[in-house]
Design a protein around this ligand. Structure first.
Ligand code: AMP
Length: 226
């Protein structure tokens, strides 16, 4: 199954993509992760991307489309994939449709995680991740059970993204509204969109995604407290 997770920065796309990878083997394809790796490696793409990422602007469409096409070509198709952070413009969505059609592949669903703007600055500013396994944490919402030790792998080193500061987040949100939000209608018109409340508790978001994808969920239904 091949899907897109669509939503503003901090909506929970990365966490859900990691979960789908762990539970269903669907490969997480995060263009942000690919560009950060290229920036760390100092490649031509990475040098170009670095300044744009630090200012919260988008990397040019042709560059990102080339990066994702190479990654899709290297995939084991049986596994399926979750696109996380791609497409981000109508140009990229058209390019994705072309590149899947050329390869005889299909897009099965687009899941929108919607979160109102007011919550997003706080969600982004507090995040950090385990440097070893990538498990995500948050200063307020999800601290490791033992301070300074990753719950999942026991490592003691954590990273914060340089673009998770208030000024850059505000420009990333503005870019999202202007350039990416039109994709909600784009996919709704094509009958592919499933919209989910990204502010619900994480297990509930997981359950709703699983319901949209049409397979039994490992996440129990939340019942209202009586
Ligand atoms: P993310 O990790 O998805 O929040 O992306 C971090 C940054 O990488 C973005 O603010 C952009 O500068 C760049 N980026 C990631 N994905 C794309 C994309 N599909 N198109 C353009 N720029 C991207």
């Amino acid at each position: 199954m091949n899907i897109i997770l669509l939503g503003p920065p901090g909506a929970g796309k990365g966490a859900q993509a990691k979960r789908l990878e762990a539970e269903r083997g669907m490969v997480q394809l995060s263009t942000g992760d690919m560009l950060r790796a290229a920036a760390t490696a100092g490649t031509e793409v990475g040098k170009l991307a670095k300044t744009l990422m630090e200012s919260g602007q988008l990397v040019p469409d042709e560059v990102v489309v080339r990066v994702i096409a190479e990654r899709i070509d290297a995939l084991d198709r049986r596994a399926g994939f979750t696109l996380d952070g791609f497409p981000r413009t109508v140009y990229q969505a058209d390019a994705l449709a072309d590149l899947l059609a050329q390869r005889g592949m299909v897009l099965d669903a687009v899941i929108e995680l919607s979160v109102v703007d007011g919550k997003l600055v706080e969600r982004n500013v507090g995040r950090f991740a385990c440097a070893a396994c990538g498990e995500g944490y948050h200063d307020r919402f999800k601290r490791p059970a033992a301070e300074g030790v990753c719950d999942r792998c026991g490592a003691r080193t954590f990273n914060r993204r340089t673009d998770d500061n208030e000024a850059t987040i505000k420009s990333r949100l503005a870019v999202y509204r202007e350039q990416t939000a039109p994709l909600v209608d784009y996919y709704r018109r094509r009958g592919q969109l499933h919209s989910i409340d990204g502010t619900a508790p994480i297990d509930e978001v997981s359950r709703q995604i699983d319901a949209a994808l049409g397979r039994p969920s490992q996440h129990a239904e939340m019942r209202p407290l009586s």
